[in-house]
Design a protein around this ligand. Structure first.
Ligand code: GLN
Length: 510
C-alpha cells in the first residue's frame, strides 16, 4: 500500500478487518501507510503528536494476535485520539501551553479499552484548548483545516478527530463532547459521530472540562463503525465515580450497546418494505427558526423525508427552552471548568513561569502564561458566577433552568416521540479566522447541541447533504434519543446509511 487515504480502499472497519484477517495486508503495512498518509496531509494540522515506534509496536502486536487467532475485534484498525485523553508514551497537551510537555504515566480508560481490542493508535489529534471552542482555532498548535475546504474550520472542539476521519487518515477517532464537540465537527466534516448517555463511557484519564457534561464519543464514517468503537469504549469503570454500573436495568458492560443495536436491526429487517414503521420522529419547531441556514434546512428536510419513506412518522414537538440552553450552558460549563482548571497551578505539573517573586505570583504568572485567551475567559466567567453574591443569581439559576430543560426532553420522550431529529449546527463551516473579533459568536452556534448535553442524553450526527458555494461543505443531521438508547440510535442511522451515500463521499472526489 502506498500512502493513499484509507477510505479509497476500505469502506468500513468491517471490510478492513476482513482484509487483515485474510492476511491480504498486515497491520504493520497498514500502519506504515497510514503514518505516511498523515505525513502527506500534514498541512491539515490534524495531528499534534505522532510517534511511529509506538504505533508500529501496537501494529506488530496486532499482527501477532491475528496470527495466533487471539485477535480482538479491532485488531490492526488505525485510529487516533483527541489530545485530551491521556496516553502513555504520546504527549497529552489538551492543545495548551499549560501541558505542552506533559507525558501521562497512565492511559485513559477509553484509550486502554480500544488498545486491548487491538486498535492501533496513530497518535494524538488537534483540538481546541481544554476542549473549549467550536472551530478548533483555540489551539497552541494552530487551526485545523477542514478537508473539504482548506479555508474553512473543521468545527470544534474535536476538529482534528473529525478532519482525520474525513481525510481518510484513520478509520475512526475518539472525541469528547461537553456541549457538542463530537457532533458539531462530525457534521462540519461530513463524518458520523456519537455522544452516548452521560455515564456510559468512563471519564478516567479524559482531561476534565465540565465534569457534569463531559462524555467521550467516537467519530467514523459509518454508524456501524461507531458501534464497534462505542461498544468497546463503554462500560462501568471503578476509576470514575460518575461511570454507571447499570443502564436501564442492563449491566453497563461492553456488549450492551451491540446487543441493543442487533435487536433494533433485527426488528427492522423483519419489517419488510417499511423497516422503520412505527418509529416516531419528533421534530422540534425551535430547531427550524430564522437562524437556520437555508441549505441546512433543505438537507435536513430531505433526510426527514427519507426516514418517512422508510416508514417513520414525523411529529411536531416543542423544546421551548432551546434558546435558554446557551446562557445556561455558558454559566455551568465555565463554572465547572474554573474549578477543574484550578489544579493547574504550576506546582505539581504543567507550565511554570520562569520568573516570579513569591508563591502567589508564581501561580498567577504560570496560569496567565499557560492558558490561552478563551480558557482565561471561561475561568473568569466561571469564577464570577460561583463567587459569593452572584452564585444564587447565576449558578443556581442556571441549575434550575437545566432541570427544566431535562424535563422538556423527558416530557416529549414519555409521550410524543421515540427519537428527535434536526440540524446539528445553524450554519455551514465558517472561514478560519472569521470570529476572531467576537469570540462569543461561536457560542451562539451551539444552540442545537447544548440542550442534549445539559440533559445527559445520547445524540449523534450523520452526514445528510452538502451546501455552500459549489455545494462543497458537509451538512449533518442530528438524531437524539432517550437515555441509554445508543444501540437503537445507531440502528436507525445505519438504516438511513443503507440507502444513502452521504457518509461515503470523500473530499476531492465528491
Ligand atoms: N463549543 C462548546 C464549548 O466551547 C462545546 C465544547 C465541547 O463540547 N467540548 O464549550
Amino acid at each position: 500500500m502506498s500512502s493513499i487515504p484509507l477510505h479509497s480502499e476500505f469502506d468500513s472497519i468491517e471490510s478492513l478487518r476482513s482484509a487483515l484477517q485474510q492476511r491480504k495486508l498486515s497491520a504493520r503495512e497498514l500502519a506504515v501507510s497510514a503514518l505516511d498518509a498523515a505525513q502527506a496531509q500534514s498541512d491539515l494540522n490534524a495531528f499534534v503528536h505522532i510517534a511511529p515506534e509506538l504505533t508500529l509496536a501496537q501494529a506488530d502486536a496486532a499482527d501477532q494476535s491475528i496470527a495466533s487467532g487471539t485477535a480482538g475485534l479491532l485488531a490492526g484498525i488505525p485510529i487516533a485520539h483527541k489530545d485530551v485523553f491521556t496516553t502513555q508514551g504520546w504527549r497529552t497537551t489538551a492543545a495548551s501551553k499549560m501541558l505542552a510537555d506533559y507525558v501521562s504515566p497512565f492511559d485513559a480508560t477509553v484509550v486502554s479499552r480500544l488498545q486491548q481490542a487491538g486498535a492501533v493508535s496513530l497518535g494524538k489529534l488537534n483540538c481546541d484548548e481544554f476542549a473549549m471552542g467550536s472551530g478548533n482555532e483555540n489551539s497552541i498548535f494552530g487551526p485545523v483545516k477542514n478537508p473539504w475546504d482548506h479555508s474553512a474550520v473543521p468545527g470544534g472542539s474535536s476538529g482534528g478527530s473529525a478532519a482525520a476521519v474525513a481525510a481518510g487518515l484513520v478509520m475512526a477517532s475518539t472525541g469528547s463532547d461537553t456541549g457538542g464537540s463530537v457532533r458539531q465537527p462530525a457534521a462540519l466534516c461530513g463524518v458520523s459521530g456519537i455522544k452516548p448517555t452521560y455515564g456510559t463511557v468512563s471519564r478516567f484519564g479524559m482531561i476534565a472540562y465540565g465534569s457534569s457534561l463531559d462524555q467521550a464519543g467516537p467519530l467514523a464514517r459509518h454508524a456501524k463503525d461507531l458501534l464497534e468503537l462505542l461498544d468497546t469504549m463503554s462500560g462501568f469503570d471503578p476509576h470514575d465515580s460518575t461511570s454507571l454500573e447499570t443502564c436501564d436495568g442492563a449491566t453497563n458492560e461492553p456488549g450492551r450497546i451491540r446487543s441493543d443495536f442487533n435487536k433494533a436491526a433485527q426488528a427492522q429487517n423483519s419489517a419488510g418494505a417499511k423497516p422503520l414503521a412505527g418509529l416516531r420522529i419528533g421534530v422540534p419547531v425551535e430547531f427550524f427558526n430564522a437562524g437556520l441556514a437555508e441549505d441546512i434546512a433543505v438537507a435536513v428536510e430531505a433526510a426527514l423525508q427519507t426516514f418517512e419513506a422508510l416508514g417513520a412518522v414525523r411529529v411536531s414537538i416543542s423544546l421551548p427552552r432551546t434558546e435558554l440552553s446557551i446562557p445556561t450552558y455558558y454559566v455551568i460549563a465555565p463554572a465547572e471548568a474554573s474549578s477543574n482548571l484550578s489544579r493547574f497551578d504550576g506546582v505539581r505539573y504543567g507550565h511554570r513561569a520562569a520568573q516570579y517573586g513569591d508563591l502567589t505570583e508564581m501561580i498567577s504568572r504560570s496560569r496567565t502564561e499557560g492558558f490561552g485567551p478563551e480558557v482565561l475567559r471561561r475561568i473568569m466567567v466561571g469564577t464570577y458566577v460561583l463567587s459569593h453574591g452572584y452564585y444564587d443569581a447565576y449558578y443556581l439559576q442556571a441549575q434550575r433552568v437545566r432541570r427544566m430543560i431535562v424535563n422538556d426532553f423527558e416530557q416529549v420522550f414519555s409521550s410524543q416521540c421515540d427519537v428527535i431529529m434536526g440540524p446539528v449546527t445553524p450554519n455551514l463551516a465558517r472561514h478560519i479566522g472569521d470570529h476572531r473579533e467576537d469570540p462569543t459568536a461561536d457560542w451562539l452556534a451551539d444552540i442545537y447541541t447544548l440542550g442534549v448535553s445539559l440533559a445527559g442524553l445520547p445524540a449523534m450526527s450523520i452526514p445528510c447533504g452538502f451546501g455552500g458555494t459549489q455545494n462543497r461543505l458537509p451538512i449533518g443531521l442530528q438524531i437524539i434519543g432517550n437515555y441509554f438508547s445508543e444501540g437503537r440510535l445507531l440502528a436507525v442511522a445505519d438504516r438511513f446509511q443503507q440507502i444513502t451515500d452521504w457518509h461515503q463521499r470523500t473530499p476531492g472526489q465528491k
